[in-house]
Design a protein around this ligand. Structure first.
Ligand SMILES: [Cu+2]
Length: 468
């Protein structure tokens, strides 16, 4: 009977980042800068909740349309929904959209206002996230009601056999009583058979739905002579997934964050290369003995992002290969708080941070005099990179100043295809950045921030306690 108590809800496994399903994005729809939050549905089909804040007061209307990110579906958009403008806060808009199938989707936003029209598309991976046990008290109430109903069916059948043909006031005789017993036995058998078959049917349905629940690719690490090999395998999800169809994201197929356990006090940002289908390899840099967790970001050909994660242990310290290319490690001594050289400063929101509340995380690089750094460079095409990690490691999100959407997914939107420049940072690189992000749940988090100047990458770590 246990499968009868299965209901769909709650988030357990998620693509694109780990434990952080919501999409946060900052971009321009024509002349209107928007901060977009998309909360994908937990079950498919289901509705995504969309919240958009405009920093332009002259934006009057937003229309929202969901379409697949790639393929023919991307060309034929359904009729758009108009987002509701908050009467008390005219720069805040809300909408809901149906996501009818799992996969790589986008929300197309058409803006209208005093300065004309503009468009923006935000990629969003939509997957069935979990099934969950029914709430116990509700299960008990339904089980009791079910038993009363079953007993009622049997007793009605018995009463019909025993008394339905008697005159009012007459007592049933032994033949009617024994006929009633036979009828009740048959009715019980039918009720039990119906419950049994119903349970089989429900179990089969639950199992069929289970196949749609997102299961990330599994990663098996092995280390030989300092060479890290990560082998991917598909635990079985929808049939369409490949393990060798990855798109480069700021020049790399995989962005791998390695963090030391249990304190997350050292981190490495590495870029393993694909040496075979589903096989990634990288010569590890110098690392002390200990336990490590890693998170590797990948983007499939259709723009669907996912993050693989696992752990490995080094029995002895690795002499390691020197860091090359875009690889980096930290925290860099220079970026430590109180340092008298160049460092990253976190301008915390004095009001603190709350779970599920979109926020802007501001960081700046300052020189030894505390003045804004004047030698900024792009690090892998971005003014900065950040990783948000829950201390219990149930949440990992790799975010850029544009948001939590990987650039490789963004590059598939119609706007990016029409104007590839929107993917590249133009003009002077600011020593000050802001990341749009919202923590999925309360608790202690560590934020790993990286910024580059004069050829060196600074990495700093900051702790945040997130309120419910
Ligand atoms: Cu990055």
């Amino acid at each position: 009977m246990r499968p009868l108590l299965l209901l769909l809800a709650a988030a357990l496994t998620l693509p694109a980042h780990v434990g952080s399903p919501d999409v946060f994005f900052e971009g321009n729809a024509g002349p209107y800068p928007l901060y977009v939050t998309i909360r994908p549905p937990l079950v498919i089909p289901g509705t995504a909740e969309i919240e958009i804040r405009s920093s332009a007061p002259d934006l009057t209307e937003l229309r929202l349309t969901p379409t697949p990110l790639t393929g023919d579906g991307a060309k034929f958009a359904p009729t758009p929904d108009v987002a509701q403008r908050d009467p008390a806060d005219p720069q805040f808009f809300r909408g809901t959209l149906w996501m009818m199938a799992s996969g790589s989707w986008q929300v197309r936003i058409a803006a209208n206002g005093a300065r004309g029209a503009g468009k923006l598309s935000v990629p969003v991976p939509a997957v069935a996230q979990a099934t969950k046990q029914m709430d116990v008290p509700l299960g008990i109430i339904l089980a009791i009601l079910g038993l009363i109903l079953s007993a009622g069916v049997v007793s009605i059948a018995g009463a019909a056999a025993r008394e339905s043909q008697l005159e009012p006031g007459t007592l049933p005789a032994p033949p009617q009583i024994s006929r009633a017993r036979r009828t009740m036995a048959i009715a019980s058998a039918i009720v039990i058979a119906a419950l049994y078959l119903g349970n089989l049917w429900w179990t089969a349905e639950a199992r069929a739905y289970d196949r749609y629940i997102f299961k990330p690719l599994t990663a098996t690490p092995t280390i030989t002579n300092g060479l890290l090999r990560i082998e991917l395998s598909d635990p079985g999800w929808l049939t369409t997934r490949k393990i060798d169809d990855f798109l480069p994201d700021h020049g790399h197929l995989m962005h791998l964050y390695v963090v030391s356990l249990p304190n997350l006090d050292r981190a490495w940002h590495l870029h393993p290369g694909m040496t075979g289908p589903g096989l990634f390899e990288h010569d590890l840099p110098a690392m002390p003995a200990g336990r490590y967790a890693f998170y590797g970001d990948l983007v499939h050909e259709n723009g669907f992002p996912e993050t693989i994660t696992s752990e490995f242990t080094l029995a002895t310290a690795l002499p390691g290969a020197p860091l090359t290319g875009d690889d980096s490690a930290g925290p860099t001594p220079a970026a430590a708080p109180g340092s008298t050289t160049t460092r990253i400063v976190f301008d915390r929101d004095p009001a603190g941070y709350r779970a599920r509340k979109p926020a802007s995380f501001r960081f700046r690089l300052v020189d030894e005099h505390g003045a804004p750094a004047r030698d900024m460079e792009l690090y892998m095409g971005m003014p900065a990179h950040a990783a948000f990690l829950h201390r219990d490691r149930s949440v990992f999100a790799h975010v850029h100043p544009g948001g939590s959407v990987p650039m490789a997914s963004l590059s598939l939107t119609a706007e990016a295809k029409a104007n590839p420049h929107m993917l590249h940072h133009m003009g002077a690189i600011p020593p000050e950045v802001s990341f749009p992000y919202g923590f999925p749940k309360p608790g202690p988090y560590r934020i790993i921030v990286q910024m580059k100047h004069s050829g060196s990458v600074e990495m700093a770590m900051f702790d945040v306690e997130v309120a419910p």
